[in-house]
Design a protein around this ligand. Structure first.
Ligand code: SAH
Ligand code: SF4
Length: 467
């Protein structure tokens, strides 16, 4: 198997199916509506925007209310067991809706159903689910919907593949101010706990020109905040002329008033050169999400992460030196198989040493098909729960005053809407990607404002607009 670029002919074929669906829907008195819910990470949300784009091309309107939808699509996540259970619960709850309106079409796609066992379990448990389709056939949604509308029956479409790149799919973005741009798909790292490489296929980078053109168009359309997406952006374009730091540099050279964010960085591939590009840039956010996962070299090795705590600390020290107002965030897994109290203690030490601005913390969840699923895991769930609470405690103490340093500073805020701390405020993000609430007005939305910080909460800043 190999990674495949979907041809223009194939996409044209899908457009023809979309037209066929559209002409069929045309005869309806009211425009039919579609409901799409994406679970999990930003990549899934980005796929969800393409699903919506294809639905709009087919003649559907979009709704946030499932009760009025003629098509319901759940775009699922598989990264932890609770994400999977939630989908089973939510799909199960559609049973009555489907009884009330038998012409409702229910589809489930995304990472969870790319695992054959789970897809079949879903199909068997819920006979009312019409379409189940995997991550590698997302672009064929027009054909799948056409088939069910015209021919009836149920579809299970989860071909095994190393992955595809489908350029030029229609996109229906959530916001005019913010947009995400996938720069690569899949993952080759096979961290032993992680299901992503199995459900998203091999790592594949989009061409730099495609990305630059897309970003240019977004800027020209007034977009101000562009999030570059990849499971490990640091391995973008590895071995070619345009690696990730070079791509960032080229994007930073574009004219306009905008910001570039990116996620996720893998510490093994994150370099001082990348840090330098951020530090010297005009547009790149001072935010590094650098998942460390654990503070024990022994466990990092079994996790197949390919870096040591020492390497991580060197990187962090360099980044903090070059970018004094860096927002440093991380992911931590507690209770990896074989992790001892001493290993966990080392994670706590690392948290105290680095003092992350914030951390996303997870209890290890065994995933089907991964190496860690089969590892000895003697620590009880109860004990892991205790460690987890301890970790939250340490992080909340370390992160509590991390924003204090902004008091008295003036930060540039991209205003996004009504305030989060109070409805009298407007809200946005600083270049560090930190939430800032301030005394703005409706016309600030979608523009940058200079805000002098007067108060720091553990999760947000509050200030006064000065321009
Ligand atoms: N590609 C990114 C994100 C992967 S998923 C990266 O490498 O960082 C996001 C986070 O979920 C991971 O960083 C990890 O902390 C967590 N995660 C992944 N698999 C998990 C599992 N089986 N159990 C618990 N947490 C997990
Ligand atoms: Fe999963 Fe590791 Fe790949 Fe991230 S880098 S997606 S954690 S396998």
């Amino acid at each position: 198997m190999s990674v495949r670029t979907v041809t223009q002919e194939e996409l044209e074929e899908q457009r023809l199916y979309a037209q066929k669906v559209q002409s069929m829907l045309h005869i309806m008195l009211e425009k039919p509506l579609a409901y799409v819910h994406s679970y999990g990470c930003q990549q899934n949300v980005s796929d969800g925007e393409r699903i919506k784009g294809m639905l709009v091309e087919m003649g559907y309107g979009l709704t946030d209310n499932m009760d009025e939808a003629k098509v319901i699509i759940f775009n699922t996540c598989a990264v932890r067991e609770n994400a999977v259970e939630r989908v089973f619960g939510n799909v199960g709850a559609l049973k009555n809706l489907k009884k009330r309106s038998p012409d409702l079409i229910v589809a489930v796609c995304g990472c969870m159903v790319q695992q054959e066992e789970t897809a079949k379990r879903l199909q068997k448990t819920f006979p009312f689910v019409d379409i189940i389709f995997g991550t590698h056939v997302l672009h064929t949604l027009p054909y799948l919907l056409f088939s069910v509308l015209f021919q009836g029956g149920r579809i299970l479409e989860i071909p095994e593949s190393d992955g595809v790149i489908a350029e030029g799919l229609p996109v229906c973005r959530e916001s005019k101010i913010k947009a995400s741009v996938p720069i690569m798909y899949g993952c080759n790292n096979f961290c032993t706990y992680c299901v992503v490489p199995y459900v998203r296929g091999r790592e594949r980078s989009r061409s730099p020109q495609m990305i630059i053109d897309e970003v240019k168009t977004l800027i020209a359309d007034g977009c101000k905040d562009i999030l570059l997406l990849g499971q490990n952006v640091n391995s973008y374009g590895k071995g070619t002329d345009v690696d990730f730091p070079e791509l960032l540099k080229r994007l930073d050279e574009l004219d306009g008033d905008f910001r570039i964010e990116f996620m996720t960085s893998h510490p093994k591939d994150c370099t001082e050169r990348l840090v330098d590009v951020i530090a010297d840039s005009r547009h790149i956010c001072y935010h590094l999400h650098l998942p460390v996962q654990c503070g024990s070299d022994r466990i990092l090795k079994v996790m197949n992460r390919h870096y040591t705590v020492e390497h991580y600390l060197q990187l962090v020290d360099y980044a903090r030196k070059r970018i004094p107002y860096l927002n440093l965030t991380t992911d931590i897994i507690v209770g990896f198989p074989g992790e001892t109290r001493e290993d966990f203690q080392q994670t706590l030490e690392l948290m105290k040493r680095v003092r992350f601005d914030s951390a996303f913390t997870f209890i290890f969840s065994p995933r089907h098909g991964t190496k860690a699923e089969k590892m000895e895991d003697p620590v009880s769930a109860e004990e892991k729960g205790k460690w987890f609470r301890e970790l939250l405690d340490v992080q909340s103490k370390c992160g509590e005053d991390s924003y204090q340093k902004y008091i008295g500073q003036t930060v540039r805020v991209l205003c996004e809407g009504k305030g989060r701390t109070s409805s009298e405020y407007y809200t946005g993000k600083s270049r560090q990607n930190i939430i800032v609430d301030f005394n703005g007005c409706e016309s600030d939305i979608g523009t940058f404002a200079d805000v002098k910080i007067t108060k720091a909460l553990p999760w947000a800043l509050i200030g006064e607009k000065i321009n």
